[in-house]
Design a protein around this ligand. Structure first.
Ligand code: ITT
Length: 240
């Protein structure tokens, strides 16, 4: 006789939406997330033809990461059944500038009201402010906020919210080196290396960076959450 015991529906796929309008960040995040599991389908906002304006008004990276995660979750939740929104907020913290540019990393150099500084303008501004700084220690810090809706053996579906952090220590050089990477990469020399982030390959940066560390931690949390919701990680193939 055929058994009709209630079985949770298997998640055939979980859609992961990257809550960033920054194409350089997508270029780094996408391959890291793509390889976590064949059942995760990763979308950028551009893939979904979305370009929302989200004002980063919070005083911390964590606050701004949550602003982005919440806003994008509201925007896409009706499009996907099983969904994880991943928002990354990153800042460069320079010791001799008391942690600046920090949360203002994207909007550091002064420009006309209504426009945003280019990466190059931000780099020039940082070098200028650091003239005469002997202590050139700095770090990149990424906070990833995740908001998701996943199948749950007990409740059918359940929502979760988690945040994780990754950081890398280094120093700020006195001039630009290299033309890879983006943002402040031409000035950032990771501790233990003699070259900047802009002089290494994307693959190498994705092995050691603040963002890579945050994504590794996020992957671990996703696996724990799936487990908590009664979905074994082998069911989804998640091997983080
Ligand atoms: P979204 O808010 O749409 O994600 P954003 O460019 O504002 O895009 P962040 O606030 O996270 O993203 O980053 C602030 C700035 O910090 C960013 O514009 C870059 O100038 C710099 N930045 C972020 N990640 C970096 C990295 O890995 N290497 C170098 N600079 C980086």
């Amino acid at each position: 006789m055929e058994q009709n015991s209630p079985r949770p529906e298997r998640p055939l796929s979980i859609d992961v939406v990257l809550a960033t309008g920054n194409r350089d960040k997508v270029r780094e995040l996408q391959p890291m997330l793509d390889k976590l599991s064949p059942l995760l389908r990763v979308w950028s906002l551009a893939d979904l033809s979305l370009a929302p304006e989200i004002d980063e008004t919070e005083p911390t990276l964590e606050g701004n990461a949550w602003l982005k995660a919440e806003a994008i979750f509201s925007l896409v939740q009706s499009r996907f059944r099983w969904l994880i929104v991943i928002a990354d907020d990153t800042g460069l913290e320079v010791d001799c500038l008391q942690g600046a540019p920090g949360v203002r990393s994207a909007r550091f150099a002064p420009v006309e009201a209504g426009s945003s500084p280019t990466y190059d303008e931000n780099v020039t501004h940082l070098l200028k402010l650091m003239e005469g700084c002997v202590d050139r220690a700095a770090r990149f810090r990424t906070v990833i906020a995740m908001k998701g809706r996943l199948p749950s053996t007990e409740k059918g579906s359940a929502q979760f919210e988690e945040s994780v952090e990754g950081k890398i220590e280094g120093t700020i050089t006195t001039r630009r080196h290299g033309d890879g990477g983006f943002g402040y990469d031409p000035l950032f020399m990771p501790a233990g290396m003699e070259i900047t982030f802009a002089q290494i390959s994307l693959e190498e940066k994705n092995r050691i960076s603040h963002r890579a560390l945050a994504v590794a931690r996020a992957a671990l949390r996703i696996r724990e959450i799936l487990h908590r919701f009664g979905i074994s990680s082998t069911e989804t193939g998640t091997n983080a």
